[in-house]
Design a binder for this molecule. Sequence first.
Ligand code: FMN
Length: 363
Amino acid sequence: MPARALANVMPVDGRGGEGIRDFAVMKIGNLTIEKGILLAPMEDVTDLPFRIICKQMGADIVYTEFVNSDGLVRGNPKTRKKMAFLEEERPVGIQIYGGDVDAMEGAARAAESFNPDLIDINCGCWVRDVAMRGAGAGLLRDLPRMERLTRSVVNAVHTPVTLKTRLGWDAKSIRIVDVAKMCEQAGVQALTVHCRTRDQGHKGEVDFTWIPRIKEAVSIPVIVNGDIVTPQDVQETFATTGCDAVMIGRGAILNPWIFRQAKHFLATGELLPEPTLEERVDLFRQHLKLAIEHKGERTGVIELRKHYAGFLRGMPHVSKIRNELMQFTEAEPILQHLTRFLELYSPRASLQAETQPSPLPHQ
Ligand SMILES: Cc1cc2nc3c(=O)[nH]c(=O)nc-3n(C[C@H](O)[C@H](O)[C@H](O)COP(=O)(O)O)c2cc1C
């Protein structure tokens, strides 16, 4: 992970000095969240099963993957399905994206009909097909349209609206402080900043030094995102940026336990032990069950493949097991495989067994 450019400000304890504020207590609508650790919206990842898993692990807010406003306007059932969630996921945000003001207004109303806690506007997607068509991070190249679109969405619904964006289009055009002010004036209730430019995609260093400047300029909550992976990263981000919450994306795919681990670290200053093999397999079984319940067996199993690396991380013979699991499209052989694996490695299963030769039979 690249070293992040940290704000290097005094730790914010919210008590000293002028403008006293509670330390990292975020209020959005009726929600009050202290030192919030949020699950980032991720296409094809933050579906209902994964959101429930992260919620169980302590994520304070979970977001749907982004939902295409044009798809909603066309009445595409697949698009609508992305907005469905369970009560137990709350608080949950539905994220919508698009470049057309009217379509986004319609999408916000459609999202509101699902009764989420938040509606989030995506102004950060860097992918060519989205950004070059004036949606996602593409809106950072047309701030007047971004403002019109944001105001229209806020005015179209009663649900609190939040917005997720990047620092700017590229290093030469960082306008995040102006964007934050615009958002606040338009009625956005919290701003998430992925601390990279659109040009950077997911690479290069994140720059957290903008966060204190944004905090100076606005009083809505500011949520920091980008390369926050470990409990120490979470702690350091709160301590050095003065942010109101942090948001974790890829770190949660690799390690869904991060929410629990980071909360424990924030509360005690101690690191929890890594999850045991049994805990990993248990969580995996739950995820598989949820995926099958909500998507059917074949689709559920296939779509779970992207999570194998995370669940197996640190286990003995990871790549071999992953390759074996990849071949299955039904749950039963996966469960059998994992049971056999547990029998072989548990209870002495430790996360250091990587060096032993694999006694697992070939399929
Ligand atoms: C597979 C994948 C899908 C993503 N999809 C979305 C999305 O639908 N909406 C969004 O706002 N950001 C999306 N992102 C960006 C993440 O929300 C996040 O801003 C980015 O990954 C940086 O945070 P991280 O370093 O914690 O992963 C996606 C990222 C990944 C890796």
